[in-house]
Design a protein around this ligand. Structure first.
Ligand code: ARG
Length: 458
């Protein structure tokens, strides 16, 4: 007999029940569901809707279920559809029919919404912490590599050399925005739907604020229809998560490129790489590739939920049961990817020698040369032309700008003097870019300091 079986004369076949059931996945919410129920009972007692004796019997029963859940001893059934009905059934098995009083003034609709809020609050905080750890890992590497210079790229063509720390810190600031986005979402997430009932509130003299307070919420939803049908808080989380993954995916792409033989800028630690079953020489950046790959499912979960909600009339509709698996999956993917990344960055070996050599084998100091002429009064456009010709001359000879003789320089423009050789050194090129937010060493050092402060405040 179903818990709601009163108005039914026939029961569904097992396979139909299985199609409608959410217990295979919403058992993930067992702790949140019990926590929500405990607060609900306390509130019912506080409002004299249940006697103290009734409330304490129910609470004891719930505590027993909690322990059993922790031991993995609860047995769920598909016949009882979801985590809410399963727990109610297990509770009455435990304490008798009085367990049936738990659901007074409550519906599964406000119950599930409450569970999801509790779950997502916990995991948003965890993910924020994971972001912080990754930021710390980045800071650790950045501190060591302020004066390590790598080619900087636009269009994946060598552009201007930059401090490796500056490059790494770009990801720090992306993650900082991600962190604050999640932090901001907590304001809207930390509101209690409990007490909204099925959709219209209840006739019982409940105190929603009281229960909300027990659950650590900052307040309650103002509208009962909105409370049970709102899933914006999950969408906000998924949208912020999509951006986190987009950032990690771009970073992955760079790590993968950098670990290739062609770049050879970094070597990922053995503990974050894998071999090939056939090619003995291989060391593959699998973890970075996986993070890049997993970005797809996080976007997918976001778009799925948006699509799920777009045509739904108020208030609760069973369609909304489909909101859970994507949310769980996004949480698991984010937590996993961020942890992997922290480890990968912390243990990454930086091939400073290769970077150094590479910054001497390109034309990424060409802008500096044009700036040099412009600083001496030549209109920048003309300076650009002069240097462009010099680059062409080098390409024809198979040399770089530092290899041209002073005579060749002065033939191109009498403004060139001996000091150009110092000016053209990658370390000078980088070191002098001290405009705010630039790659100059002073700028990078002060950016790192500012970033450390941000992390310490968390
Ligand atoms: N298992 C349901 C879900 O996840 C819980 C809410 C069900 N409410 C209802 N009236 N069928 O959405």
């Amino acid at each position: 007999m179903k818990l709601w079986g009163g108005r039914f004369t026939k029961s569904a076949e097992e396979w139909v029940d299985a199609f409608g059931a959410s217990i295979p996945f919403d058992q993930e919410l067992v702790h949140e569901d019990i926590e929500g129920s405990l607060a609900h009972v306390s509130m019912l007692e506080y409002c004299n809707i249940l006697t103290t004796e009734e409330a304490s019997t129910i609470k004891k029963g719930l505590e027993t279920l909690k322990e059993k859940a922790e031991q993995g001893e609860l047995e769920y059934s598909v016949e009882n559809e979801d985590i809410h009905l399963n727990l109610e059934k297990l509770l009455t098995d435990e304490i008798g029919p009085i367990g049936g009083k738990l659901h007074t003034g409550r519906s599964r609709n406000d119950q599930i919404a409450t569970d999801m809020h509790l779950y997502l609050k916990k995991h948003t905080l965890e993910i924020m912490d994971n972001i912080k750890q990754l930021q710390q890992a980045l800071l650790g590497q950045a501190e060591k590599h302020v004066e390590t210079i790598i080619p900087g790229y636009t269009h994946l063509q060598r552009a201007q050399p930059v401090s490796f720390a500056h490059h790494l810190m770009a990801y720090f600031w992306m993650l900082e925005r991600d962190y604050t986005r999640l932090e901001d979402s907590l304001k809207r997430l930390n509101v209690s739907p409990l007490g909204a009932g099925a959709l219209a509130g209840t006739t019982f003299p409940i105190d929603r604020e009281y229960a909300a307070d027990l659950l650590g919420f900052d307040g309650v939803y103002d509208n009962s229809l909105d409370a049970v049908s709102d899933r914006d808080f999950i969408l906000e989380f998924m949208s912020a998560s999509s951006m986190v993954m987009m950032h990690l995916s771009r970073f992955s792409e760079e790590l993968i490129l950098w670990s290739s033989q062609e770049f050879n800028f970094v070597e990922l630690d053995d503990t974050f790489a894998t071999g090939s079953s056939i090619m003995p020489q291989k060391k593959n950046p699998d973890m970075a590739e996986l993070v890049r790959g997993k970005t797809g499912r996080v976007y997918g979960n976001f778009v799925s939920l948006l699509t799920l909600l777009k045509g739904l009339p108020l208030a609760y509709n069973k369609d909304m049961q489909e909101d859970k698996e994507g949310m769980f999956d996004t949480v698991t993917t984010l937590e996993g990817s961020l942890k992997i990344f922290s480890g990968m960055i912390e243990t990454m070996n930086v091939n400073t020698g290769v970077m150094e050599k590479e910054t001497h084998s390109d034309f990424s100091n060409a802008t500096e040369l044009a700036d040099y002429l412009a600083a001496k009064g030549l209109p920048f456009r003309e300076a650009h032309e002069v240097v462009g010709k010099l680059v062409l001359q080098c390409i024809e000879k198979g040399i770089y700008l530092l290899d041209l003789s002073l005579e060749e320089y002065q033939t191109a423009s009498p403004l060139f003097e001996e000091d150009i050789y110092e000016v053209l050194k990658p370390s000078t090129v980088v070191g002098r870019r001290n405009s705010a937010g630039g790659t100059g060493f002073e700028q990078v050092r002060s950016a790192i300091k500012k970033a450390q402060q941000k992390v310490q405040e968390k």
